[in-house]
Design a protein around this ligand. Sequence first.
Ligand SMILES: [Zn+2]
Length: 348
Amino acid sequence: MPSQNAPRVGIVRDDRYLLHKPGHTHPEHPNRLKAVYRMLDADFSGELVPIEAQPATLEHLELVHTPAYVKRVLKTADHRYTSLAPDTPASAETYLASWLAVGGCLKALDRLMDRSADVAFCLVRPPGHHALKDRAGGFCVFNNIGIAARYAMREYGLSRILIIDFDIHHGNGLNDLFHREKEVLYFSTHDPMLYPYTGDWEDVGGGEGEGYTVNIPLTREVTDGEFIHLYEQIVGPVTGAYRPQLILLAAGFDAHKEDPIGRSRLTEEAFSILTYLIMDWRSDVGDPPILFILEGGYSPRALSASVKAVIQSLLKPCAASKEVAGETQLSVDMILRARAIHHGYGVW
Ligand SMILES: [Zn+2]
């Protein structure tokens, strides 16, 4: 059982997320979530607050997506197997899982806003950060996090939302959606040599949103320590300066060294320490609601180990005495480059 002052960690899980079946050899396979759910039952039985997912409404989906695109997704129910994009096939019940993925995120946000949970993790699929207004792609159907951010603005009147995207792929859908707005600050670390090949250093947002997009392309050699050093030196100050009213995590774990798609070298330890740090920065700005939403991670073993590491860090936030020796020429160069590009905007 959790100790008295352990945070109440809400979890969205639902077996209907397994109904989206993009094919036996597709990396975004239901086995990903099955492994995570098995781990939850084995390691956190009774310690987490269940949050029941409900399908999103049409109105919710249209906060981001065009009515024609939503209709197109719905039409996939007519076929046993079809395709929304070359890399994003759909099975007959993909529409249901996709509707529920958005609905689960919105429900979790409601639970955070009414303070019946302190932090929540949505273990949903299909993922969302590549989904565009009118297009699927990169295994993503609806932009779960984008819709959650829009919903938070409309339903709760929030005007400073921080999205931290540590999936190894650039979240082009999120990047595009909030490119010209300062109400959402989008931060992403990613491998620029992987799909969708976007997210250059110089892509900093535009118009009112100039400086409110922070893209950090990573090299494949980055170690746990360097990754943590980079986050300490950039996301720490970004959080302190922006003072978000809500933090959304695009929690993809495909930067793990065992991931079959990512080519990076991180271990679950990096995600554990990153979680401690984020919770620390959050407490410095008044403990705003914080929502982790699953994106990628294609080795079921590495994915469940990484999600476990994050949940353990959430449940025991006081154990944040972990130190990693991460400062190297590579991490210092990346930090200096980001500061040089962003210095003039005065956002952080
Ligand atoms: Zn990814």
